[in-house]
Write a protein that binds this ligand. Structure first.
Ligand code: GLY
Length: 293
């Protein structure tokens, strides 16, 4: 049994407080596995704690789109059944990852904006307060400055995610994000796209990606790495896919676990708040293995 989580890849060193929250979320996820819970429950809980904290670009801390609205994305996938659930552009709900879980119970796999919100409300999920004055002022300041969007993509992409292997040998993957800073209203990244942001399949493993969503989508990165894991270690699978990512000047970080419990935590960026929990305890760092071009 093992759970791996990340709090976003990027170039800024993650704060200690953020790493502490990541550690707390991993402990909570591992406790679920230890008590015989499923990988999907552990992944959801780990991500929900990060969403609630407001310290990550997800849930309560999610980026605002250029019109000042927080539209959140999240997805979950169960490696046993390939069942999955995803929400895109969810407004006013605190835990997109729990909404993605609710989608898994439907015959559909993806719900957007108003439909996702109605489902969350029917499931009595907690509402999310509107962005505060401080967040709106910061957005206005950046808009006035006339920022270079490409530069922002370089500096500030981040997301949260988790993968787990449970006692019964099942794997699961999940991810949640507020997208990238100063994105156009309606922009969607890799996170809610099954095969791009996440993938899980019991015979190969589970993968969750972070980074510049546009690059990850072009590669269908999570599925590519997952399929490579059928014949390769998680680390080799990730590195081989990153070589392709470099061909499109891509930036990403990934976490993965295979059915034997071997993991990889690899990022092209300077940092990726990340860690894992297993029977020996919890390890959290501001980066693990950097794999640069
Ligand atoms: N990786 C998150 C996003 O691009 O939206």
């Amino acid at each position: 049994m093992i759970i791996v989580a990340h709090g976003g890849a990027g170039w800024g060193k993650p704060r200690k407080k953020l790493l502490k929250t990541l550690e707390r979320s991993l402990r909570a996820g591992y406790a679920i596995l230890e008590n015989g819970g499923s990988a999907i429950d552990a992944v959801m809980e780990t991500i929900a704690i990060m969403e609630d904290s407001g310290q990550f670009n997800a849930g309560a801390g999610g980026n605002l789109q250029l019109d000042g609205v927080r539209r959140l994305d999240a997805a979950l996938m169960d490696g046993r059944t390939l069942n999955c659930g995803s929400v895109i552009g969810l407004e006013g709900i605190r835990n997109p990852i729990k909404t993605a879980r609710a989608v898994m119970k439907l015959p559909h796999k993806i719900l957007t904006n108003i439909g996702a919100k109605r489902l969350a409300e029917a499931a009595e999920l907690e509402p999310l307060a509107k962005p505060d004055e401080k967040a709106l002022k910061r957005l206005e300041k950046f808009k006035k400055k006339g920022v270079d969007l490409t530069k922002f993509y370089e500096d500030y992409f981040s997301t949260v995610g988790a993968v787990a292997l449970d006692r019964s040998g099942c794997v699961a993957a999940g991810s949640s994000t507020g997208g990238v800073a100063l994105m156009l209203p309606g922009r969607v990244g890799d996170t809610p796209l099954i095969g791009s942001g996440i993938y899980a399949e019991n015979s190969s493993g589970a993968v969750s990606c972070t980074g510049r969503g546009e690059d990850i989508i072009r590669m269908a990165l999570a599925k590519e790495i997952c399929m490579r894991m059928q014949d390769n270690s998680p680390e080799k699978a990730a590195k081989d896919s990153f070589k392709n990512l470099f061909k499109i000047e891509g930036q990403a970080g990934i976490i993965s676990v295979n059915p034997k419990g071997k993991i990889a935590i690899i990022h092209t960026t300077g940092f990726m708040a990340s860690g894992f929990a297993d029977r020996k305890g919890v390890i959290v760092k501001d980066g693990f293995k950097r794999f640069a071009k």
